[in-house]
Design a protein around this ligand. Structure first.
Ligand SMILES: *Cc1c(COP(=O)(O)O)cnc(C)c1O
Length: 421
């Protein structure tokens, strides 16, 4: 039986309507920005395999480090025990994070990193006997698929089956020149109830690569700080160079209280999440009273192999060649953006760092489920490019090692698609 048929008889895929979806494409190996199928056809991974891969597939340096660690220690319970990769990763991360970040809490993925962040905030107040349980978030936010993460995400077709079970959240608009003062007074009016404000900095990925300006985020953050509202900076998507700087919060001067990471953390090699916090948050859990403990953990917390993948990824991330690559992609995207901006079928082009998004004219139907999305997806697959449009929005966010030839090939195919579809 073919791999595809075996798959279809036993596997249930994520975000996939199994009745109508096309069969999955078997991939046998990867190299750089390319994924190869059984026949040796290369698919350029223009979405970094759901935004996780930053240094290319099967990166030999990361592979070597992971293999080394696997032969030494594959895993150990992280309550009551520790190991070198977890400690070294925490030390090295804290050196490059905003100066107020003091502690690292390990978990498994972006959603769990968010769950931990929410629990830290809620229990921070609880431990002090202060009743503050309301959470502030942006409309259309996406913070993950587990229940807490879903609750602080925008309500949509994806959450409809669960809406009645999600805890209530105060949703506000993205800030801009016209509404910033209103948002500030709204926060002030709620401040005594607010446990925290959670946000995706600069780019709302899943919402369709919606972007907003750093200066308004900065004003909101400054206001939260002034009003004593804790801030959770969800950098699961934007961390590790995506926005052109190491972290999206490096675009603003206010430092968040808590940060969440996952996607780029291990270079896209292993599942891992982490939540970082300030000394002030950490201290609120220190007590002779056991009930003030943060009662949270996962079986694979701080898995040594995942930590070593993250360390290897960080080596590459900190190398000047990666900084150059990020700059090169930014410049290249900018030129392409200018080129197609005026096209009659392009409604808007927006860019932050290595992310460029183009909104297509659709006439009337703009929903995620529009057939344009499926036709575009298939068109690019046929051309050997993985682009997964969010509705009528096409975006490119490649591994940083993508070559100029590969980038130009993607741009060219987008231009051809504009004429042909
Ligand atoms: C993807 C994402 C998450 C969830 O991460 P998973 O690893 O998929 O659970 C959380 N926050 C943001 C901003 C994301 O883009």
């Amino acid at each position: 039986m073919s791999l595809v048929n075996r798959d279809l008889s036993v596997v249930w895929h994520p975000y996939t309507q199994m009745k109508t979806a096309l069969p999955p494409i078997p991939i046998v190996r990867g190299e750089g920005a390319c994924l190869y199928d059984e026949n040796g056809k290369c698919y350029i991974d223009a979405v970094s395999s759901w935004w996780v891969n930053i240094h290319g597939h099967a990166n030999p340096y990361i592979a070597e480090k992971v293999a080394e660690q696997l032969r030494k220690l594959e895993h150990v319970i992280f309550a009551g025990f520790t190991h070198e990769p977890a400690v070294e990763l925490a030390e090295r991360l804290l050196k490059i994070l905003p100066g107020n970040q003091a502690k690292i809490f390990y978990s498994d993925n972006g959603s769990t990193a968010v769950e931990v962040a929410i629990k830290m905030c809620l229990q921070y107040w609880h431990n002090q006997g202060i009743q503050r349980t309301k959470i502030l978030a942006f409309k259309n936010a996406y913070h993950g698929d587990t229940f807490g993460a879903m609750a602080v995400s925008g309500r949509s077709a994806f959450t409809a089956a669960f809406d009645s079970l999600l805890f209530e959240v105060e949703f506000i608009d993205l800030p801009d020149e016209s509404n910033i003062e209103g948002l500030k007074s709204h926060i002030s009016s709620l401040k005594s109830e607010l446990a925290c404000f959670i946000f995706e900095p600069l780019v709302q990925g899943s919402a369709g690569m919606i972007m907003y300006e750093a200066r308004y985020l900065e004003q909101l953050m400054a206001h939260c700080r002034q009003e004593g509202v804790l801030m959770i900076d969800d950098e699961v998507f934007t961390g590790f160079g995506r926005t052109g700087k190491r972290f999206a919060c490096d675009h603003v001067t206010i430092q968040p209280d808590i940060m969440c990471f996952s996607k780029g953390l291990t270079g896209g090699t292993m599942a891992m999440g982490l939540t970082t916090c300030t000394q002030q948050i950490y201290d609120a859990f220190l007590s002779e009273d056991k009930l003030k403990t943060l009662f949270h953990g996962h079986s694979y917390t701080a898995n040594p192999v995942a930590c070593s993948a993250a360390l290897a990824s960080m080596d590459i991330f900190m190398d000047s060649s990666t900084v150059d690559n990020i700059k090169r992609i930014e410049d290249s995207h900018r030129q392409f953006g200018l080129k197609i901006k005026g096209h009659s079928r392009i409604r808007t082009v927006r860019q932050t760092g290595t992310i460029i998004a183009m909104e297509w004219e659709t006439g009337t139907n703009t929903s995620y489920f529009s057939s344009l999305r499926d036709r575009l997806y298939q068109y690019f697959l046929d051309a050997g490019i993985i682009l997964r449009p969010l509705g009528n929005i096409i975006y490119i966010l490649p591994p940083y090692c993508i070559t100029n030839e590969q980038l130009n090939y993607i741009y060219n195919k987008i231009e051809t698609a504009l004429e042909e579809i």
